[in-house]
Structure formats: C-alpha cells, structure tokens
Design a protein. Structure first.
Length: 668
C-alpha cells in the first residue's frame, strides 16, 4: 500500500469514527502483532511489538530473541551476536534483545490477514463505545434534541446521531403523541455503560427539564440573578415554580414571565400546553404557603409541628375560594404541598365556624363563649342563615372569619400544650429503652406492609418502644388514621416482646455479691484424739465416702450463665443457691477392733472373705466363651452378704458338685 493510500485510510477512520489518532495507531499495532503471531506461530510467552511510522510509511515488528554465539538453529527465537549488536550495541551472549524481523503484510496468510482485520474492527468499536460514553456522560442532566425512530408500548427510541436514546413510558408526558421522524427536545436523565455502547435514558416528564428550559429562556436565571428554589410538577397538567431574587431590584416573577408573557409561553408550548405557575419564594412559611395556593385567596395560615404528621399547615379560605384552593382532583393543594414541603389542611370559613360552634361548651373553647359572648351569639345567628340557605352579607363573613381565627388560635395552643406534655412523658421513658433499639430500623420487626406504612413517621424501634410505653393512645390514633388494621397494635406489642435487647446500665438492678463461706479448719491431732468415741459394742453399718457438700439445686452447665442476685426489700423464702460449697472433712473414724469369729459346728461350714469390688469382673476372666458356664454365668452364682459377726460385706458363691452341697468358700 502506498504511503498516500495508507494515510488517507488512516485519516478516514479517525474522522468517521471521531477517534483520536493515538487510539487508531494502537489498534493498528495490536493488529500487526496478532497477525504476526498467527502467521509465524510464535509462542505467547515471546514478546512481540509493532512500530508504525505514518511519516515514512515504514512499519516494524520487533521480536524478542536470545543472543547465541554459535550457529543460529531457530531464526524465530535466536539471533547471532553480531546481528544483535547491530541493533543493540551492548548485547551479550545469553541475553534477550528486541530484533526487527523482515516481513511483508502482503505475504501474510488469509487467516493472519483476517485476524488483523478483526482486531482492528474490534478495537475501533471498543474505542468508539468508550468515546460515546464519555461524550454523553458529560451531557447528563442537560437537554438534547433527538429524532423519533420507533414507538412501542414500553418506550420510544430516539436517534441522537451517533447514538440512540430510550424514553420509557413513565418519562413521557401524558397525552402527548409521538410519531416517527418527529424531532423532540428531551432531558438526559441517566447514561449507563454497557457492552453494546452507552445506554442513554431521556425524559420529558422530569421536573428538571422545566428547570433547564427556564435557564435557557430566562437570562436572569442563567446569570445567577434569579434562583429557582423548588419545582413541583405533574407533567402534562400543571407545574408550580418557586423563584427568589438574589440581586436587589430584580423582580423574579416578572423576569420568568417576560414581556407580555413571551418567555413563559415558549416553555408552555415546548411542554405541550402545560400550565405553569411562577411563585415568589418567601422565608416566612405562612406567606409562602398562602402564595403557593394561588390563584386562590387565603384568609389565614396556622403552622404546627405535629408528632405524627410532621409539618402541618391549617389554611382557612373563603367559602367561594375552597374549590379553587383544592383544585381539580386536589391538584392545586397537592402541588402546593410538594412545593412547600408542608402537609396542608384546607378549611372553609363556614366549615370551621360550624365545627367551633359545635364544641363551644368544651375545652378549650368554653372560655371563648364567656369572654366573647356577643360574637358567639352573632356567629350563631349567621350560621342559622347559612342553614336556611339565605344570603350572607360580606360584613357577616368578616365576623365569621374573626371568630374562626380566634377559635383556631385557641385550638392550636391547646394542641401545642398537649404535644408538650406528650413529649415530656416520652423523654422521661426514653432513658429506660436500650440504646441498641434506637439503631434498629422498623423493618427489623418484620411487620405487615400496612403497619410499616402507617409507622413511616417513626424513625426506629427505640422510638416505637417509647411511644408504646408513654404515648400508647397517640400511637393507636396514628395507626387508625393510616388504616393499619384493628390488630396492628397487638402485632406491634408481640414483635416488641420478641426482641432480645440489652438494657441500659442505669435501668439494670444492682447485683449483690454473695460471699463464699470460709472452710472450717481441720481440728488439731489432740482434739481428734479427744473427739474419738469409744469402740461400740456392735458395729454400725458402713458409712459411704464423704462427698463435697453441694446445695440442693442441680449443677449449672458450663455454658449457662447463672442469673445475678438482686436487692429486694420484701423478705422472700430462701432460694437454693447454685454455688458449690467446700465440704467439711469429717473427723477420722478409728478402725474397729477385730472381733474373733466363733466356731460354729454346722453341716454347712461357712468361711467368708472380705468383699473385693474387682472380683465381680476379674473372676474367670480367661473364659470368653460367653456361654452359661462363662463369666456371665459365674457372676450370677455370686452373692454379696453382710456378715454380722465380722462386720463386713463378703462375697459367696455356690459350688457345683451335688444336690446336698451348700454355700462354700472359694479361693480367687
């Protein structure tokens, strides 16, 4: 191949595949090395390198060879000293040097040429996939324009030029129709690396797409003069955007809307006529919540930190603004809650007035009925007109609003006092709960899904145990309000009872150390002699060997830990202790005086011998037949008898011989 042709082919590869020159050169080098190994059958252990010179169009293949002094036997692995020093002047005998070999790519075989081609293509594909991944990874979180290739029920395939992107169904705008060859703008949601190239996931329903459109359309946002605080979006229907000015004198809402609404209209058209409300952010949460419910007008907002519900805002609106504040299917209130991060409870003035009058005689509204008797009477008259569906004047609505605000303020103060009382009770119980319980998530209890969903505001098992001990009524109300089921409380108690947790040191009873009794000292020899009784006339029964004195409780296993003793003011029956006491050594008993056995003239003379405990097993040990006459049979003919004359247990055996023979002595 001529130099110009090789250079043109090389440049074409780099331009078409958008690859750096270094990557293409590396691919060509690896292809030449693979082709040489395949053509020459070189060993994998032999080092082979390739050099490509695009200027002179002279390419080299360097092979590792051993320097030999004698005649070269294998020219693929050995090189003479003279030739080696031509390429490496300091080469010595026995060393390994890199020597260029003479070759021509035209002389490569078909298999070697095919191998080189496959290596080049594989390397180029890998480099192209990596280049695409690096390119689109940097564009993650940005907008990109693609052309619709195919539409399926699961996703839409977009062509981005050198790559393809997928838009799943849940990331599409509801009600929007896509046709092949349509060009649409999308938000790059995620870029994953795979063996078949980068997997690009795009979206049109994500709230950050609206953020990027605002940054492109509103220069004040792009320059940092206006900041987007938060976005709440239901794609295809409605969105709310909270903005704040970072530079004095800048109107954040006017900058986003633009002159005659041109800026916001461009975004609305891009999002398929999606309604967008731009709201000015305010550090006062009451004011911010009132603005978030726009276009509805708000009478009053009351904020409270509820133990079960978290941030809760009670919003009062006029009767004619209730449906507008809630929105279609609760959309306006839902978006306002997402935008502000507060749980919003919307009430009309009349609804709140009816509820307050119904409990005007109960605490904490009873004092309001006595202190503001005139207003209460007027409110009752106005509500009677409402029941009769008669017209209510604006002044009367103002009276209702004033009364509702007073009643809501008193109710809020009463709830705050009740929460303070509950928190104090829980703080009092909290030190008695094991510390390890506060590190255990609720899922460790393996409760039902509806119970876990109801307890989502309870952070851990320790807090659940605190609520169960100090605020059981509040916990029951929380479960009931979240439809956890009638048996939810019993299931929680059973799961808590099955836990094995270490109690805190402050809540454990103090163990009492029981001193071991001191062993009784052995008596002196003189005392032993004085304590020896006189020899009895008749010998008593033998006394068993003294054992260590142990209490009546069975011995505790080695792996079993004995429970500690605790202090108790109330006297209780004495418990048997699991402590081994040292036995007292009895005084040595004097040996009995030998009593001569009288001679008795009987037809069956009996001669006894002292009892040998080994005699029952050692007797006739050489007989291993196992028959009736063997060891087993002889042991059955042996009998142990206590001889009263000698005061000992003796062993006797009946001898064979005749019917008239009785018990006789035997010799071991």
């Amino acid at each position: 191949m001529a130099k110009s042709e090789f250079t043109l082919a090389f440049n074409e590869i780099t331009e078409v595949h958008h690859l750096p020159r270094e990557i293409v050169i590396e691919s060509l080098q690896q292809a030449l090395v693979s082709a040489y190994r395949r053509d020459s059958a070189a060993s994998p252990a032999q080092r082979v390198e390739a050099e490509i010179d695009l200027v002179s169009n002279r390419h080299k293949i360097l092979v590792e060879m051993e320097v030999v002094a004698d005649e070269v036997i294998n020219d693929k692995t050995e090189v003479s000293l003279e030739k080696a020093r031509y390429f490496e002047p300091n080469a010595q005998l026995g060393e390994m040097v890199m020597v260029p070999v003479e070759y021509s790519p035209k002389n490569f075989g078909r298999i070697a040429a095919q191998t080189a081609k496959q290596v080049i293509l594989q390397k180029i594909r890998e480099a192209e996939r990596k280049s695409l991944y690096e390119e689109y990874r940097d564009r993650e979180g940005d907008l990109i324009t693609g052309q619709v290739q195919s539409v399926t029920a699961a996703h839409i395939t977009l062509s981005l030029g050198r790559a393809e992107a997928l838009m799943p169904r849940n990331q599409q705008i509801a009600g929007e129709r896509y046709r092949p060859h349509d060009k649409i703008r999308t938000y790059v949601l995620e870029v994953k690396e795979s063996n078949r190239g980068p997997q690009i996931i795009v979206s049109r329903a994500h709230k950050n797409m609206l953020r990027r459109l605002l940054e492109y359309e509103v220069p004040e946002i792009y320059n940092g003069q206006v900041e987007i605080k938060n976005i709440a979006r239901e794609a295809g229907h409605r969105s709310k955007v909270a903005v704040s000015a970072l530079q004095p004198g800048v109107d954040p809402v006017g900058a986003c809307v633009g002159l005659r609404g041109m800026r916001i209209q461009n975004i609305v058209k891009e999002l398929n006529e999606e309604k967008i409300d731009v709201i000015e952010w305010n550090p006062d949460q009451s004011v911010f919540i009132a603005k978030a419910l726009s276009p509805a007008r708000v009478t009053a907002v009351y904020l409270e930190e509820d133990i079960d519900q978290g941030h809760t805002a009670i919003v009062l609106v006029p009767d004619d603004q209730l449906s507008l504040a809630i929105g279609r299917e609760g959309q306006n209130a839902r978006l306002a809650a997402k935008l502000t991060g507060w749980r919003i409870d919307i009430k009309s003035v009349s609804e709140a007035a009816f509820a307050a009058i119904a409990h005007i005689n109960d605490e904490p509204l009873s004092k309001l009925g006595t202190e503001q008797a005139d207003i209460v009477t007027e409110v009752e008259r106005i509500l009677e007109k409402k029941r009769a569906e008669r017209a209510v004047m604006p002044e009367e609505y103002q009276t209702l609003s004033r009364f509702v605000q007073m009643s809501e303020q008193r109710l809020l103060e009463a709830r705050e006092a009740d929460r303070t009382k509950r928190k104090k009770a829980m703080d009092k119980v909290r030190p008695n709960i094991p510390a390890s319980a506060f590190d255990m998530p609720i899922k460790e209890l393996e409760l039902a899904e509806d119970i876990n969903e109801a307890l989502k505001t309870v952070t851990n098992v320790g807090e659940l145990m605190v609520r169960l001990q100090a605020d059981e009524d509040g916990l029951h109300a929380l479960l009931h309000s979240n439809n956890a089921g009638a048996d939810a409380m019993d299931a929680i108690k059973e799961a808590i009872a099955s836990l094995v947790l270490s109690r805190p040191a402050s809540a454990r009873p103090v163990p009492v150390e029981i001193p071991e009794p001191e062993p009784t000292p052995a008596p002196a020899p003189a005392e032993q002699e004085a304590a020896v009784p006189a020899a009895p006339a008749a010998l008593p029964e033998p006394v068993a060997e003294a054992q260590p004195a142990v209490t009546d409780v069975p011995a505790v296993e080695e792996d079993e830990e004995a429970p500690p003793a605790f202090i108790d003011d109330e006297p209780k029956p004495r418990r048997r202790q699991q402590v081994e006491q040292p036995a007292r050594k009895p005084a040595p008993r004097p040996a009995p005086a030998p009593v001569p056995a009288p001679v008795v003239e009987t037809p069956e003379a009996v001669e006894a011998e002292p009892f040998d405990p080994d005699a029952a097993t050692d007797d006739d040990s050489d007989d291993k037949s196992g028959k009736k006459g063997g060891k087993k049979g002889k042991n059955r003919r042996r009998e142990l008898i206590f001889d009263e004359r000698r005061g000992e247990v003796v062993s006797k055996r009946k001898r064979k011989g005749g019917r008239n023979r009785g018990w006789e002595d035997f010799e071991e």
